[in-house]
Design a protein around this ligand. Structure first.
Ligand SMILES: [Zn+2]
Length: 86
């Protein structure tokens, strides 16, 4: 169980997809065991509608991490981000 799996679960929660039986509990346990991860955020650009699920120290194109959240580099606008809590 890695950050990648937590990210996948967070994305499902954000989209209200069906979760596997204990998927949410497993992801929550990983975060409890690794408090430095913080909670993942669903990052979305209102202009190009790109969406990624990212931890607070992650960059993934087209999003670039700034001190105030993420910037969509394609559109050069601040992306909306929503913290996912387990
Ligand atoms: Zn964009």
């Amino acid at each position: 169980m890695t950050r990648h799996a937590v990210r996948t679960t967070a994305g499902k929660i954000n989209r209200s997809d069906d979760l596997l039986a204990d998927e949410k509990e497993v992801a929550a346990a990983v975060l409890r065991a690794n408090p430095d991860f913080g909670n993942p955020h669903v990052v979305r650009c209102d202009w190009c509608h790109e969406t990624r699920t990212l931890f607070r120290d992650e960059n993934e194109a087209p999003f670039k991490l700034t001190s105030h959240g993420w910037l969509c580099e394609t559109c050069n606008v601040r992306a909306a981000s929503q913290e996912v809590k387990f």
